[in-house]
Design a protein. Sequence first.
Length: 173
Amino acid sequence: MIVKKFIFVLFTFLITVNQPVAQSVEYAIKASFIEKFARLTDWPATSNNDYFIIDVLGKSPFKGELEEVAKKRKLKNKTIKINYIHNISEAKDCQVLFICLSERNELTEILNYTSPYHILSISDSPGFCDRGVHLNFYIDESEKVKYEVNPAALNKAKLVIDIQLLNFGKIIR
């Protein structure tokens, strides 16, 4: 219970950052959000991997931010492993897939490939959530990092996210 309250307070703080988000700070915040999204997601089956795997597909905007988060935390009692991949067929063992903007032309193929694996898909590209990505970051008019959620896509992938993520995210229908 204390952990959930801490996560709730942390989410509230991160979402209400009142200063403009610089590029370097932006991806540190997004990396932290990715870890929180994973922490607040339940998968239908546990993987047999020794690691909790987060794959980044495409030309990565992260410059070590995900590794910084991975060094400090564990997910689902597993060490976090970050992989940078260039082909969707490499993603079948991951629990989380961050899809970079560079993959926009292959997005339908990527989502079709990942659907049987119950992979939480995350991006920060305009329109990706409308096309089936589960969670998508955006910068609002006051330059705050926000996210949108596609509940239908989550249900289709049999992923259950904590109600707090729905409450703070912009719902895409």
